[in-house]
Design a protein around this ligand. Structure first.
Ligand SMILES: N[C@@H](CCC(=O)N[C@@H](CS)C(=O)NCC(=O)O)C(=O)O
Length: 213
């Protein structure tokens, strides 16, 4: 069978979500590194895969996809193995809502404005922009408390089984919780903390730990 090809750096949260989906479904794939810190996502070669110059991009045979939500959905539906979507219609809608919260609201404040400023910029020799970090804390708290309320007493974000929503949030939580700001934002989110303790030791999560720096 043709192996899927995933384009993007292994340190990207969105790329990691796709890798998590492949690992959970036991899908063998090739990862082609596209180093966004070196500008490789803006080359004509990569823009042909992703018109918006982002990662990940994905190919399976003659199917070309971009957008993590579409890619993980395809992986789940096209390959055999554990189902990463709830059967229940309501739970599926909540899973989609959570994925929307993570991509539209949580990623910009938790990753772009807190993690990248606090960890990546200094790693690249640039001082963190403290004003950007400061401004990102209130929306990041709103995101954390929204997800805290949605998980409620569930084992996983959208119910009692792991879904694509968990795979979207695992990389974001992992990075955010490595910052002082993240630790303080997550301090009041005890259900999310318990969720993290449950998911962090999954083989898929341990196998995809990013190497930064
Ligand atoms: N909506 C896209 C977002 C992808 C995205 O923002 N990827 C980041 C890396 S985690 C990226 O490509 N950043 C490079 C840039 O914005 O220039 C998706 O869901 O796949």
């Amino acid at each position: 069978m043709t192996k899927p090809v995933l384009y993007g750096p292994s340190y990207s949260t969105y790329v990691r979500s796709v890798r998590l989906a492949c690992e959970e479904k036991n899908v063998d794939y090739d990862l082609v590194e596209v180093d966004i810190f070196a500008g490789a996502h803006q080359t004509p070669e990569h823009l042909a895969r992703h018109p918006f110059g982002k990662v990940p991009a994905f190919e399976h045979g003659d199917l070309k996809l971009f957008e993590t939500n579409a890619i993980t959905r395809y992986i789940n539906e096209n390959f055999e193995g554990v189902d990463l979507e709830p059967k229940n219609v309501r739970a599926r809608a909540i899973m989609a809502e959570i994925i929307g919260v993570i991509t539209a609201y949580a990623y910009p404040c938790m990753i772009t404005h807190i993690f990248i400023q606090r960890v990546v910029m200094p790693m690249m020799g640039t001082a963190a922009d403290e004003a950007v970090i400061e401004a990102a804390i209130p929306p990041a708290k709103t995101c954390a408390m929204t997800l805290e309320s949605l998980i409620g007493s569930n084992t996983y974000l959208a119910g009692d089984a792991l879904t694509r929503a968990d795979l979207m949030f695992i990389p974001v939580y992992d990075y955010l919780s490595q910052t002082q700001e993240g630790k303080s934002i997550l301090a009041d989110a005890s259900s999310l903390q318990a969720w993290w303790e449950r998911v962090r030791t999954r083989p898929s999560v341990e196998k995809t730990v990013p190497k930064l720096g």
